[in-house]
Design a protein around this ligand. Structure first.
Ligand code: SME
Length: 188
C-alpha cells in the first residue's frame, strides 16, 4: 500500500543516500503499476522531497519533473510535452533540439549545465533557474528486435536556483532512475 512516508527523507542523509531512497521507493511504487502518468507523478514528488532534505545547492532545486514525447508531434518534427513535475508552471511543448531539454532528447545524452545563461537556446521557464540537468529516458528494444535503436520516450529535468547545482553524483543516480522509469512504464 502506498504511504506518503515514502517521501520523508532524514535530515542528515547524503546525496547518494537520498537518491538511493528515491530509487528504492520508486521501485516499490512501480510494483504492479505501469501507468506512466501515475509513476512519473510519484517520482517527481520523491525527487522534490529528496532535494529539499539536502544541504545547498541541492535544496535550491526549484523544478523537478518530466517532459514526455508528445504523441501529437508532427511527422518528422518530434517534440516534448510537459509531464508530471513539482515547481512552478512551465513551458508546455519543446521541439527536439531546442533548449537543454530538447538537446538531451535529440542527442539521447545527459546535459549538465552549470550556468543556464551560457547554454545556447536555453529556455527560461522560471527566471530563478541558474543551473540544470536533463537526463533522457530511453526505452531499449528487447533482444531479438533486429538491432533497433533505443527510443527517447521522455526526459528528467531538474532546475536549481544556484549555479553549478549538479555534479557527477546527480548524473549517475538520475541516469539509474531514468533506466528504472524506462522499463517500469507502458509508454504511449
Ligand atoms: N530550461 C529548459 C526548459 C524546461 S524548464 O526548465 C522546466 C530548457 O532549456 O530546455
Amino acid at each position: 500500500m502506498v504511504h506518503a512516508d515514502a517521501a520523508n527523507f532524514a535530515p542528515d542523509v547524503t546525496k547518494e543516500q537520498a537518491y538511493e531512497q528515491v530509487l528504492d521507493q520508486a521501485e516499490g511504487l512501480f510494483f504492479e503499476q505501469r501507468n506512466w502518468v501515475c509513476n512519473l507523478a510519484n517520482t517527481a514528488s520523491l525527487l522534490w522531497h529528496a532535494y529539499k532534505s539536502l544541504p545547498a545547492p541541492s535544496n535550491q532545486v526549484n523544478w523537478a519533473g518530466f517532459y514526455t514525447l508528445d504523441p501529437q508531434s508532427r511527422p518528422g518534427k518530434p517534440q516534448l510535452i510537459l509531464g508530471p513535475f513539482s515547481g512552478k508552471v512551465a513551458c508546455q511543448t519543446i521541439p527536439f533540439g531546442r533548449g537543454v531539454c530538447g538537446t538531451a532528447a535529440a542527442t539521447a545524452t545527459t546535459q549538465v549545465v552549470g550556468d543556464v545563461d551560457a547554454f545556447p537556446g536555453h529556455i527560461a521557464c522560471d527566471g530563478d533557474s541558474r543551473s540544470e540537468i536533463v537526463v533522457p529516458i530511453v526505452v531499449v528494444p528487447s533482444a531479438g528486435s533486429g538491432g533497433a535503436e533505443g527510443r527517447v520516450v521522455a526526459i528528467i529535468d531538474v532546475d536549481c536556483a544556484a549555479p553549478d547545482g549538479f555534479d557527477d553524483v546527480d548524473r549517475l543516480w538520475l541516469e539509474k532512475l531514468a533506466r528504472l522509469v524506462a522499463e517500469s512504464c507502458d509508454w504511449p
